[in-house]
Design a protein around this ligand. Structure first.
Ligand SMILES: C[S@@+](CC[C@H](N)C(=O)[O-])C[C@H]1O[C@@H](n2cnc3c(N)ncnc32)[C@H](O)[C@@H]1O
Length: 214
């Protein structure tokens, strides 16, 4: 897919959101020429592989809430979620990205698309000091599930209704099994609308069992 349309991989998108997404893609391509925001080989599939993949998360939880996106990189899914929220005029996405060049891009992208979000150029391990409470966490292409759950703990402790959304590839069951050894959590698996083998894991009631690996 090379241009936005009303349905992006079956996910409905309003004209206003389409226009903001189109502007984001335009900016993204300009910045990608000078800093590596994504693997260059995936640039031709920017809409399907990155934008639509990110939109899946918003479609699972479209109500205006306080999000934290860990390791936002070039803005997937954090900026896309912040753009999707813009129409409602409520809710907010906190983008956590420690790389200064990427953080600079994210700031420009949020500003120029009128998205509802802000950038925190800090390590994830420190981020709950800047954003102590949230309703939802997302992370894509960042780490295996046990590490992601570890990152979520400060927010899960502060809000027992926290839900986290993680894009995962075909080896997701292996990661779930590893995580079960260290954490208690409830889990829903959503089949990806982009990649047949992939899922979005929705995790809630996250609690640490043990810090040791046995
Ligand atoms: C592989 S990229 C994925 C980016 C984006 N989520 C995506 O799906 O395209 C991981 C990003 O997380 C950031 N990152 C990794 N570890 C981090 C940490 N501990 N604190 C803050 N950012 C981190 C990196 O700088 C990088 O931009």
């Amino acid at each position: 897919m090379t241009s936005p349309r009303q349905y992006i991989n079956g996910l409905r998108v309003s004209r206003e959101t389409q226009e903001r997404l189109q502007h984001f893609v335009h900016l993204f391509k300009r910045w990608q020429a000078s800093i590596n925001l994504i693997a260059p080989s995936t640039l031709p599939q920017l809409w399907d592989r990155h934008v639509a993949d990110s939109l899946q998360i918003f479609h699972l939880r479209p109500e205006p809430i306080n999000w934290v996106d860990l390791g936002s990189g070039g803005g997937f899914p954090g900026v896309i979620t912040a753009i999707a929220l813009a129409e409602s005029g409520a809710g907010w996405v906190h983008l956590i990205e420690s790389n200064n060049k990427k953080a600079a891009f994210l700031r420009v992208a949020l500003l120029e698309t009128g998205a509802r979000g802000s950038v925190h150029p800090v390590r994830i391990e420190e981020a709950s000091k800047a954003v102590p409470i949230c309703d939802a966490i997302s992370a894509r292409a960042l780490a295996e599930l046990p590490q992601l759950l570890d990152f979520c703990l400060p927010w899960a402790t502060a809000n027992e209704n926290l839900r986290a959304y993680f894009h995962k590839g075909r080896d997701y069951q292996l990661e779930i099994d590893k995580a079960r050894g260290r954490f208690e959590f409830d889990l829903l698996k959503h089949q990806s609308v982009i990649e047949p083998d992939s899922v979005v894991l929705e995790v809630s009631r996250i609690a640490l069992l043990s810090r040791t690996t046995g």
